[in-house]
Design a protein around this ligand. Structure first.
Ligand SMILES: Cc1cc2nc3c(=O)[nH]c(=O)nc-3n(C[C@H](O)[C@H](O)[C@H](O)COP(=O)(O)OP(=O)(O)OC[C@H]3O[C@@H](n4cnc5c(N)ncnc54)[C@H](O)[C@@H]3O)c2cc1C
Length: 593
């Protein structure tokens, strides 16, 4: 009897539960319909109501629906607002495209230097707002750049202007295409960048994945679509065009001096081109550009960054450390479980390292950076006398290796300890170790390598080098002698700590490669937080990683987007509040991916 009653009660509970579930579903659909209707209504009211004093409030309301739009639709909405405001208030449509500020009602002319994520997104925003944009890139379009990279990897021919750092898409084109960022994964501005990437061909899943990544094979066609779209907007894209100098008049940038970087002949004459504003998005490897800026008295400030070595393990080892029993399910990227990655961070202080007090600064952060599961180690040098590396993967992440940079933070104290001073001391510091690494490798882009176990023991057992993914050859070397002792000791201590977190990380099959120096920009170019204009030179807009305001593909793109809005505002192409459209800009100076 009791059993039957319980059974009946159970049935009752279950149908109640079903009923509540259905009710919740219906309410949700109803709420969503109301929400969409409300947004539609707001948009409609917005288009009707053009009085300026209402604009800010209405922009804020429209923001409710904006976070899920790509940049093109965000700018279109802003332009609609602007057009309605200006036509109703002053009856002059020219006022909303900035032409009132320029003679003969022409569009404002902007040069964007560099086609990395920062330059591409700045160009997109500016062109959508109606500026006359010219995008200049010292490297080549992805089709030709791919062939140049092929020649480097197969025939050891380094094109100094078209390589892993220079060319369409910037430094991240031949990369793992990780789209993780530390500037707020779910912020409206990051989502706007990801939505824009989806518009140009990235898979939808990057909008929901916890650790989205693209891989080189997906990045290349995406960039081709991006280029076509910019060209349709009227952007003049000049590949193989290096900006060598700025034209300055009355302490104001009025143009650029360019030369054909694909032409090695000294007969090529440079050209002078006039612009109303110049956006500088040159990345962290444009050392000649830093030097040129100094010659104009631009304020460059030394910035902390990180240096170290790239460690490579067999991917199977990392899979088994991370997944133990489930490691067999990875199946080189085709299985049910994703190829394993890792991220480790430690702080090393004086107690960890027994060194004389005069041996250099000791307290510093040590961390893994740009981990490429199923990837390969690649050469990112831009000069044949220097050796520096990074990592890349294809979208399937199916190679046999897992690599990551293991780096420690360095600051002006480290540069000073080596007698390097001034705003470009960090650049000299990088160069010093890149040249030392090239010498240790013996030339021809061969990398100096050492097993993790040997590195920890300060010795070299040449006989047992594990294989490496690096295509141009490796040579056993005393990497423990590459950096000053205090940096090497920090790296050694951090390895011991990483092994506690990831047991098995220290292994004779783990190979350290030299040298990882270009983790982020060694300088920052001072600029106004509101207008993004350089504080020491009017008309110049330093942006992205090279200017010290981003670290990684997404944060560079976000910086490009904000700066595009800021410049559009200065040029009279946009009248609203950037913060109410994009949200508050996140400081990304030392942000990594
Ligand atoms: C191999 C590799 C792998 C990476 N992997 C990732 C990753 O997985 N995820 C991630 O988030 N980040 C990754 N990064 C870092 C990322 O690529 C950069 O943080 C990002 O590209 C910075 O963007 P940017 O637009 O500021 O500069 P860049 O991308 O460096 O672009 C600058 C552009 O300016 C051009 N240029 C420079 N000087 C001049 C001049 N004088 N005239 C004309 N053009 C000029 C350059 O040729 C270059 O194309 C990787 C970097 C490398 C090298």
């Amino acid at each position: 009897m009791l059993k039957t009653n319980l059974k009946g009660f159970g049935g009752y509970l279950s149908s109640m539960f079903q009923f509540i579930k259905t009710l919740a579903k219906i309410s949700w659909v109803f709420l969503m319909l109301c929400y969409k209707k409300l947004l539609k209504f707001l948009n409609f009211r917005l288009l009707q109501c053009c009085h300026k004093k209402h604009l800010k409030l209405l922009e804020n309301l429209l923001m409710l629906g904006r976070t899920s739009g790509d940049i093109m639709s965000i700018v279109h909405d802003c332009r609609k607002l602007g057009e309605n405001a200006t036509t109703s208030e002053r009856g002059d449509t020219n006022l909303c495209n900035g032409s009132h500020m320029y003679p003969n009602y022409r569009k404002p002319k902007v040069a964007v230097v560099g086609s990395g994520p920062a330059g591409l997104f700045a160009s997109l925003v500016l062109a959508e707002f109606g500026a006359d944009v010219t995008l200049m890139e010292r490297g080549q379009a992805v089709e030709k750049r791919g062939r140049d990279i092929g020649a480097l990897v197969v025939r050891r021919i380094l094109q100094e202007e078209s390589n892993f750092c220079f060319g369409e898409g910037g430094a991240g084109t031949w990369s793992d295409g990780k789209l993780v960022t530390r500037i707020g994964r779910n912020s409206g501005s990051v989502l706007a960048v990801l939505e824009t990437l989806v518009h140009f061909g990235a898979p939808q899943k990057i909008l929901v994945d916890g650790k989205p990544h693209l891989g080189t094979d997906k990045l290349v066609p995406l960039l081709q679509n991006f280029r076509r779209y910019l060209e349709e907007l009227g952007v003049n894209i000049m590949f193989g065009t290096r900006v060598d100098d700025l034209l300055v008049k009355d302490e104001h940038v009025v143009g650029v001096k360019v030369s054909d970087s694909s032409n090695n002949s000294s007969h090529f004459t440079s050209q002078k081109l006039g612009y109303d504003a110049v956006v500088l998005a040159v990345g962290h490897s444009a050392r000649d550009t830093y030097q040129m800026l100094l010659s104009h008295g631009v304020n460059l400030v030394e910035k902390d960054f990180a240096v170290g070595l790239r460690v490579e393990h067999p991917q199977e080892l990392i899979n088994s450390i991370q997944y133990s029993g489930l490691a067999n399910e990875v199946l080189s990227g085709r299985g049910k479980v994703p190829v394993a990655d890792y991220k480790v961070v430690e702080y090393v202080n004086a107690e960890d390292i027994a060194l004389p007090s005069n041996s250099g600064p000791i307290n510093r952060s040590c961390y893994s950076f740009c981990m490429c599961p199923g990837g390969q180690v690649v050469l990112t040098s831009t000069d044949p006398s220097e050796l520096c590396i990074n990592g890349m993967s294809f979208s399937r992440r199916s190679s046999k290796w897992a690599n990551a940079a293991l780096v420690v933070t360095v600051s002006s104290k480290d540069f000073g300890a080596l007698d390097l001073h001034g705003p470009l001391a960090g650049v000299e510091f990088q160069r010093m170790f890149e040249r030392k690494a090239a010498a240790m490798g013996g030339g021809n882009f061969v990398l100096p390598v050492q097993t993790v176990t040997d590195f920890l023991d300060n010795k070299l057992s040449v006989t047992s080098l594990p294989a490496s993914s690096y295509r141009l050859g490796v040579r056993a070397a005393n990497l423990h002698e590459l950096f000053p002792t205090h940096i090497t000791s920090s790296l050694q201590q951090s390895l011991l700590k990483f092994d506690k977190e990831l047991p098995g990380f220290i292994s004779s099959s783990a190979l350290l490669h030299g040298v990882e120096t270009r983790t982020s920009s060694p300088v920052q170019i001072s600029r106004s937080a509101d207008t993004y204009e350089c504080t020491s030179l009017k008309g110049l807009y330093p942006i992205g990683e090279g200017a010290g305001y981003a670290g990684g593909i997404v944060s560079a793109a976000v910086d490009g987007m904000y700066s595009g809005f800021a410049l559009a505002k200065s040029l009279g192409l946009f009248h609203g509040s950037i913060e109410s459209v994009l949200g508050k800009a996140q400081s990304a100076g030392v942000a990594k991916y």
